[in-house]
Write a protein that binds this ligand. Structure first.
Ligand code: AMP
Length: 368
């Protein structure tokens, strides 16, 4: 069977690497001819508004999916007029606009940070006066890894924040007083059945995910609350495939921050750390195959390699380490690969992460 993937980044590449053992073949679509997925599969490099190229991409596919939530809805709809697209393209609309995302979550009764949509500096000032400080201003579209985002501590910073996000339609929201960041990853099949991975603990700096631990140390109440959130969103979207939700853990419970309608960076540990990886499970779901078990095997962590890649031998010398490189050229703040570590105990995983971060700090100008 042939699977088409809109987007040719590392997520697409890892989907294909998980799909080859199942006998699948892959075709990617990405505007960048040097996309990481092009090194391992057929790549059609064209802009997302090139309808002829999209038709060439779709022809002969059994199913198409996406690995990038900013794929324009019109491109996904055109492909969907020729072959099934899973998850449904409507999931893109829900994730592409932070206001629509917040509205969906609120409609489902899922707590989100208090927020106000703003489209001018004066609206921003009025909203800030209502919400109180500190605040985060987020462009409604095309924000990721902390881009299109500015923190505002006081009224004197409003103008600079508005300029920093490019004076675009945005939401401004209260900074959530969280104890830690978590994520939950669910996999929903076409018949509505669903499996969920153990909750993951995530550590960001400068808006970029640096490392994750899984399973997070979480009570069964937290695990169940996270599962209920991902289940509600997946059902509302009539979703098929892997769906990730980023969460803040607070004294008054979980607060949802972001919906990712795709495989997710915080789920990379599943490659060696779970019975079935998120990549394989996404393919199983979109192809209508039985979903795989999601239990963790021992304890895992994932450490992103950002900006530069240390000597691979030094990384592999760390106990339990598995290196995954994406075939990308190095540049500042760019995710170039990740290292998964797995061990029988959580402290052993933490020791390996500390060791990995030492190796990275010695060689990496973008310290994590
Ligand atoms: P996002 O692009 O919304 O995932 O934000 C990137 C990171 O910025 C999050 O993972 C948090 O670390 C931080 N952040 C975003 N929104 C908030 C908020 N309302 N309160 C506190 N931290 C936030």
């Amino acid at each position: 069977m042939k699977v088409g993937i809109l987007g040719g980044g590392q997520l697409g590449r890892m989907l294909a690497l998980a799909g080859y053992p199942l006998g699948l073949t892959f075709r990617f679509f990405d505007p960048n001819p040097l996309s990481p997925a092009g090194q391992i599969g057929e790549l059609i490099a064209a802009p997302y508004d090139d309808e002829d190229s999209l038709r060439t991409f779709a022809s002969g596919l059994d199913v198409a999916t996406f690995e990038f939530e900013s794929v324009p809805r019109a491109a996904a709809d055109l492909v969907a007029s020729m072959v099934p697209v899973r998850p449904p393209p409507a999931a893109l609309s829900a994730a592409q606009d932070r206001l629509a995302e917040r509205e969906l979550l609120e409609r489902l009764g899922i707590p989100v940070a208090p927020h106000v949509p703003v489209s001018s500096e004066s609206e921003l000032s009025a909203a800030a006066a209502r919400l109180g400080y500190p605040l985060v201003l987020k462009a409604r579209t095309l924000g990721y890894d902390g881009k299109g985002q500015a923190r505002i501590e006081a009224a004197s910073e409003l103008r600079a924040a508005w300029a920093a996000i490019g004076q675009r339609p945005a939401i401004v929201e209260r900074v959530v007083n969280f104890t830690r960041e978590l994520s939950v990853i669910g996999v929903r099949a076409g018949d509505g059945s669903m499996v969920t991975y153990p909750v993951i603990e995530n550590h960001h700096s400068e808006g970029i995910l640096r490392f994750s631990f899984a399973p997070a140390e979480a009570s069964s109440a937290v695990q169940q609350a996270a599962e209920a959130i991902v289940r509600k969103v997946a059902d509302a979207l009539d979703y098929e495939g892997v769906l990730a939700i980023e969460l803040f853990d607070t004294a008054s419970g979980l607060v949802a921050n972001e919906i990712a309608p795709r495989v997710h960076n915080s789920g990379h540990w599943t490659m060696e750390g779970a019975e079935t990886s998120q990549f394989e499970n996404h393919l199983r779901a979109v192809l209508g195959m039985p979903l795989g078990a999601t239990q963790a095997i021992g304890f895992s962590a994932m450490v992103n390699l950002i900006g530069s890649v240390p000597d691979v031998s030094r990384l592999l010398a760390v106990s339990g380490a598995h290196v995954h490189l994406y075939g990308k050229s190095a540049s500042h703040r760019r995710k170039l690969g990740h290292v998964n570590v797995r061990a029988e105990t959580a402290p052993a995983v933490r020791d390996s992460v500390a060791e990995l971060r030492r190796v990275m700090a010695e060689t990496n100008p973008d310290k994590s």
